[in-house]
Ligand binder design. Structure first.
Ligand SMILES: Cc1cc2nc3c(=O)[nH]c(=O)nc-3n(C[C@H](O)[C@H](O)[C@H](O)COP(=O)(O)O)c2cc1C
Length: 301
């Protein structure tokens, strides 16, 4: 009998749907015992979001400052799991506060110590450097990363900005203006993600995960867009400056968050199309370096 722990946090339910689909082949297998762990924080985050709360979580999210979480059950704490599937969402290019708080907790040290782990993100599309931050946290608790699945909204970047913001502020996936595509990971992709569970299952049984990541990538598990990686990197630099500035000036927090909102708006709608154009022009020159980066970000090293 193999024990699998499925960890998730989800505001809209999207990541829970993904977790259910990926773990489906395990649930249907009589030799696998699946336990679900829904991370809960003592302080609640609103969903749908309002303007102030959405921007107010920026500095703490980006600086990866943890908040208190509700302890997992004794059953979870006392079981030695053979595999953990960690589902996380990206907030401000970083693991969301609930996920970061769990990974930095004593509970994670107990549950994840010396356990193979597969990370599964469900984000808008900028997940790459958040995954790098998760890798560091996993190393800190001695978990062994054996696979990664990064599910995203595959629509054009600026369209997904409009549709995801609408979803976050209204709480429902809907067609903005009646014709824009639905936000988030597509229903079809969520439904099809049980194929990843099927791919993982034999690796779990043989307790050897060599070559798992390549198989996942071959089946479309990790979307890579060079332009997004480049924006992610640049935005991380800018977010470091903004988060430091806001946290060092608590008396001016509200005002600075308003200015940050303006900056973010300009970065998305003015800077990002310019960067995109430059990246397109540079693409042939940078081809080999981009291929190298693609290999790295689709891998797990
Ligand atoms: C405060 C906040 C910040 C977010 N920042 C990012 C981001 O930097 N990159 C990204 O790809 N998605 C971002 N998202 C989208 C989330 O990763 C995720 O797709 C969405 O919140 C749905 O997740 P859920 O399962 O918790 O409902 C953000 C969402 C929220 C609420």
């Amino acid at each position: 009998m193999k024990n699998v722990l499925v960890i998730y946090y989800s505001q809209s339910g999207q990541l829970k749907e993904i977790a259910d689909q990926i773990s489906l082949p395990f649930v249907e297998d009589a030799n696998v015992n699946v336990t679900y762990y829904n991370i809960q924080t003592k302080k609640n985050f609103p969903f749908p979001w309002d303007n102030d709360s959405f921007f107010d979580v920026f500095p703490e999210t980006f600086k990866q400052i943890p908040t208190e979480i509700v302890p997992p059950s004794n059953e979870i704490l006392q079981t030695k799991f053979d595999l953990v599937l960690l589902h996380f969402q990206v907030w401000y290019l970083s693991p969301s506060i609930p996920i970061n708080s769990f990974l930095k907790s004593e509970y994670a040290k107990t549950i994840l110590n010396n356990v193979p782990i597969i990370t599964i993100s469900g984000s808008r599309n900028m997940w790459a450097f958040a995954q790098e931050k998760v890798k560091v946290l996993l190393k800190d608790v001695n978990a062994h990363l054996v696979g990664n699945i990064a599910l995203t909204d595959r629509n054009i970047n600026l369209i997904s900005v409009i549709t995801i913001v609408d979803w976050m502020f209204h709480g429902k996936k809907r067609k903005v203006y009646g014709f824009l595509p639905l936000p988030g990971v597509s229903n079809q992709e969520i439904k099809d993600s049980s194929k990843f569970g099927e791919i993982i299952l034999p690796f779990l049984k043989q307790e050897n995960y060599n070559n798992l990541q390549q198989k996942l990538v071959d089946n479309g598990a990790v979307e890579f867009r060079w332009f997004l990686l480049s924006m992610d990197k640049k935005a991380n630099k800018m977010f470091t400056i903004w988060s430091n500035l806001i946290l060092k000036n608590p008396a001016k927090r509200k005002t600075l968050l308003k200015v940050f909102k303006g900056y973010l708006f300009a970065a998305i709608w003015v800077l990002s199309p310019i960067v995109h154009l430059i990246e397109l022009i540079l693409y042939p020159i940078l081809y080999f370096s981009i291929s190298k980066k693609k290999k790295y970000f689709q891998g797990i090293s």
